[in-house]
Design a protein. Sequence first.
Length: 338
Amino acid sequence: MIVIMRSGATPEEINHICEKVREMGLTPQVSRGVERTVIGVIGEEEKLRVKPLAAFPGVENVVEIQRPYKLASRQFRGEPTEFDMGNGVKVGGKKVVVMAGPCSVESREQLLKAAEAVKKSGATFLRGGAFKPRTSPYAFQGLGEEGLKLLREAGDKFGLLVVTEVMDTRNVELVASYADMLQIGARNMQNFDLLKECGLAKKPVLLKRGLSSTIQELLLSAEYLLSKGNFKVMLCERGIRTFETATRNTVDINAIPVLKRETHLPVLLDPSHGTGVRDYVLPIARAAVAAGADGIMMEVHPNPEEAWSDGPQSLLPQQFEAVMREIKVIAQAVGREI
Ligand code: PEP
Ligand code: MN
């Protein structure tokens, strides 16, 4: 249910409704738009039938949200969500954000080289895993906190924001103390406890689509974050499993316009994990920007041959530079900037 307030509704009227909603054992989520304020009512909507909120002062209309994801839906918030990373960098605005860096943080030297290169070519975020979700327990699992320290150092040295994965509820606070954005990986998209914990964290979240998840499931996972009060959420299409074996995953390019229609949250595309092949990263990055993505995430390694994970899909610094040059032109053509 959403309560649409009249334009010019007073803070007292808004607070009054929030109090009533809480008294009924439900949770209010206030969204202040340019035109008007909307209050999302979360919980068992049955409880509202006995106290129709439409009669309260300042209320224009009460609407039932048809979608199973309420707060993430366009019905709840009509305008796209644009949020500030705290340093003036905006996510979800005119500028398409680029996140780049190695799959895994391997060493100080590797990370500093990668960070320098991606900054030089115009990335705004440094990516890199310190906690790695590996298919095999014998594969490199990440440097842990040491990796987080290196990410923070490299990010600060080159003026890049840091985005890195958190896999475990026990590490949310730790990762949030180093990173600017928490990444929830594809394999954890439906780790509901992790979603709840990240929803309570004071850092923006990048939520990646599960390998075999539908768009609706992705949005319901985002709803976990939003319902805990964290609205600084970005969604990421990173390829899904299909019968096709020519590429590591199949990029669902459709997900971009579908998500842009269904939700107000910014949408990112990851052509590195989406294709698994370095040579396909450029064409798919181009397609993503053309289709309306709000950001691109790419793996870049100073020496992919030696990478401890995902070498075949990692771009060399000069290849990343070429991708940046090309997607800038596409961004301009569709009324965006990079
Ligand atoms: C990653 O971005 O480091 C990663 C592991 O991606 P995904 O969760 O999409 O597989
Ligand atoms: Mn990777």
